[in-house]
Design a protein around this ligand. Sequence first.
Ligand code: FE2
Length: 300
Amino acid sequence: MHATTVSAGTIQSQLKGVNSGATTRWQERLIRYRKTIDNLVVDITNPYQISTAERAALAVRIKHANMAIYRCQSADNIDPDGLTALAAQLGLGVPDRNLCADEDGLSKIQVEKISARQRYIPYTNKPLNWHTDGYYHTPDRIIRTMLLHCVRPARHGGTLEAMDHEIIYGLLREQHPRLAEALCRPDAMTIPENRPKDGPHRAECSGPVFFWNAGVLCMRYTARKQNVIWKHDNQTREGVAALEEILSRSGDLILRRRLRPGEGLVSANVPHRREAFKDSPQAHETRLVYRGRYTSALQI
Ligand SMILES: [Fe+2]
């Protein structure tokens, strides 16, 4: 099967960013990031028409942390149409359609007991480990933005964690540039082809973990151990281990939030995970989160 490769672009020139004279810039970003994730929530009065101040508040958080949390004043005034309207105001177009998406491109993430979706972990109440959305996509379908909107939380659990990939990249370089360089190589991570009996075929896709697209650092990653093939060399093994270490030991650099009704995370597809949860026995009170994936970058 023909493999596709995510272009590493002008990686070598960009790699110098966290070193030498840029160290101060990196340290400044780290300081700003810490402050920002402690104050990530922006109240939105009307999701159909966000105000100039609300837009500016979202923009500054996205600039410094690659993510923001919006909180609708009334949880009832935002439905899929409201989400589509909000996304459009953030410069996002039509969501990337996947198998489980509705007509409007949004996916309802909830526990599925009957449908074929239950084979996918997002549609169960199990924990979902660190990943970026669409890490298995080909280069023409990079997910640059991800939105998660909470309609109803679980009775217990379901907390979301997220960490800015620019910070992860900087920490890797700070530890040793070769760790980041290993994960920038165009054959660092391969997702094998998938040929399900009852679904569309997906071609093998090789690419870097970190790469630049239109001058912006992007990340594709999954912490899963199956269906991912890492480049077989010491440098890659070392890079992957360092990345895992950062994700498991950077508690103070990780956003941790149990989204409430009417709240949502909008991010430049930063790595995230979800803890296991327990639903209410009442069918109309079970956890429901809308997810939108966009190939457009946030423009705000
Ligand atoms: Fe996700």
